[in-house]
Design a protein around this ligand. Structure first.
Ligand code: AKB
Length: 315
């Protein structure tokens, strides 16, 4: 039987766009998806279940001859802070299940880490690849532990696992769920619906961000890179743009969308304050030639166009 690719957390913000790219690249039937909730619009092979269910994952791997897994199922930072126990269970048990399958069945794995692996003691600007990792959120704790687990499975068992520390991902087809960087997506919907947005972060909170097309390209590129070029088996720093809510609002207004901003920081401010303002990703740029294509203006233009399309399709 032809080998297949499995995407876990497939109907989430990144997964739903990765499905399209991988199907275009490797053929419609080459992708099997796994998610906890069904998506009635999806046409293809979907396994509905919990990533902590090791037996279901094994059955999926065996039934479909899975040889590559993009393991995206995860709880994000804000929801993780509201339910740390579940965040640990889903993020750690899920990753361990995937790595165990990879070890047994010779599967290549992609797993996303995050800027959340950094913490208040990390240098905030141009954060280097190797630096202090003392996160203050449970999500960040699972990212650091996950990075080390990936490296362990690589050195101990030879599992070909590759990883990126994603910044906040900005997209319009599917909304993010439960992250601290989600404001940078919500703002577009509110700007175009109401001309006003109340941001849950302070106006001067700079965070590293990336447009979805760049994130998908980075994900596919690192997986396709020659293994000899992958010199980091914890997780690569990855960067595109950094901006504050105020800078983003100004860029939206400059693109012709009226927007009144209010700021009402909540518990997510503390999470954002613990993360870097910008990231040094020279290792990714050197090792597998990473290069972002979307700057702030280009990203804002693509988001406005995309959100407008979605809004007119709904009305
Ligand atoms: C979050 O805000 O939790 C995520 C992330 C930066 O990992 N978008």
């Amino acid at each position: 039987m032809k080998s297949k690719i499995l995407i876990t957390g497939a109907f989430g913000q990144i997964g739903s766009e990765l499905i399209v790219t991988l199907r275009e690249k490797y053929g419609k039937d080459s992708v099997v998806v796994f998610d906890k909730k069904p998506n009635p619009e999806f046409e293809g092979v979907a396994v509905i279940g919990d990533i902590t269910d090791a037996e279901l994952l094994r059955k999926t791997v065996q039934t479909h001859n899975i040889k590559t897994i993009y393991h995206l199922a995860s709880l994000l930072s804000a929801v993780g802070e509201n339910n740390p126990e579940l965040a640990w269970k889903v993020n750690m048990d899920g990753l361990r299940n995937v790595l165990e399958m990879a070890r047994e069945y010779g599967i290549k794995v992609f797993w996303p880490s995050s800027i959340a692996a950094f913490g208040p003691t990390t240098p905030k600007d141009h954060t280097p690849q190797q630096t202090i990792l003392e996160p203050s959120t449970m999500y960040g704790v699972t990212k650091v532990a996950g990075e080390l687990l990936c490296q362990y499975y690589f050195t101990k068992f030879g599992v070909d696992v590759r990883s990126l520390r994603y910044p906040g991902i900005i997209s319009w087809k599917t909304l993010p769920g439960g992250g601290t960087t989600d404001y940078a997506v919500e703002i577009f919907w509110k700007a175009l619906e109401d001309g006003a947005y109340t941001c849950f972060l302070k106006k001067n909170t700079a965070l590293p961000m990336m447009y979805i097309d760049d994130a998908i390209r980075a994900t596919v590129d690192i997986m396709e890179a020659d293994p000899k070029k992958i010199s980091i088996r914890t997780s690569y720093n990855l960067s595109a743009v950094s901006f504050t809510p105020e800078e983003l609002a100004e860029a939206i207004k400059k693109a012709g969308v009226p927007l009144k901003m209010k700021y009402s920081p909540d518990f997510r401010q503390k999470i954002a304050d613990s993360w870097p303002r910008s990231i040094d990703d020279k290792r990714a740029r050197k090792d597998w030639k990473w290069k972002h294509e979307f700057n702030l203006a280009k990203m804002v233009k693509a988001m406005i166009q995309g959100v407008r399309e979605m809004q007119s399709a709904k009305s």
